[in-house]
Design a protein around this ligand. Structure first.
Ligand SMILES: [Zn+2]
Length: 179
């Protein structure tokens, strides 16, 4: 950040403000503290019968690999709204969200994934602009070695384990996973 988004001055410095304990970007002209906080990625695992919907990414990072439909939340959007929007954008599918499935933190890069479970309405979907392909997979068909992100692998493994056990629960995960 070179110019202050508040006053336009080019006097941003990294200092620890009074009453704080971390380095922050502070404008030396208007004294505004420009906080940088983690990003939330919201997504849904769309379910239809015994299958789940995954998308093959058409964009970097991890172009060509499979992912649970998810993306960065937009401003003024709830987590579940953003998650459902991502299913529409990536797979042209509509979901009825049934609950929260996983909160998966990657503290190293300041990202938190929030994955919901949702019913894929009428089993209908297409291929959104950000996807090369979208497909319903049974557990046996999941391309485990071609998954884009560890958050997706975490969510899928927990989902199938829960389904076998006949339970619905919320999972907390961290990268790297503890064994
Ligand atoms: Zn300023």
């Amino acid at each position: 950040m070179n110019f202050c988004p508040n006053c336009g001055a080019d006097r941003i410095e990294k200092i620890i403000p009074p009453d704080d304990n971390r380095l922050r970007l502070v404008c030396q002209n208007c004294q505004t503290v420009h906080y940088r906080n983690p990003k939330i990625v919201a997504g849904v695992l769309p379910i239809y019968g015994d299958k789940v919907l995954l998308c093959k990414r058409a964009i970097e990072p991890c172009k060509g690999l499979w992912n649970v439909p998810s993306g960065y939340l937009e401003n003024k959007e709830s987590a579940e709204e953003g998650a459902a929007r991502e299913v529409w954008e990536e797979a042209l599918g509509k979901v009825e969200i049934t609950g929260i499935h996983a909160v998966y933190s990657i503290a190293r890069i300041s990202q938190v994934y929030v994955h919901f479970l949702g019913n894929l309405i009428d089993g209908k979907f297409g291929i959104g602009e950000e996807s090369l392909e979208c497909k319903l997979f049974s557990e046996e068909e999941i391309p485990w070695s071609e998954m884009a992100f560890t958050s997706s692998t975490f969510t899928l493994r927990r989902y199938f384990a829960d389904r076998k056990a006949g339970v619905t629960q919320t999972h907390l995960g961290n990268y790297p996973e503890e064994k």
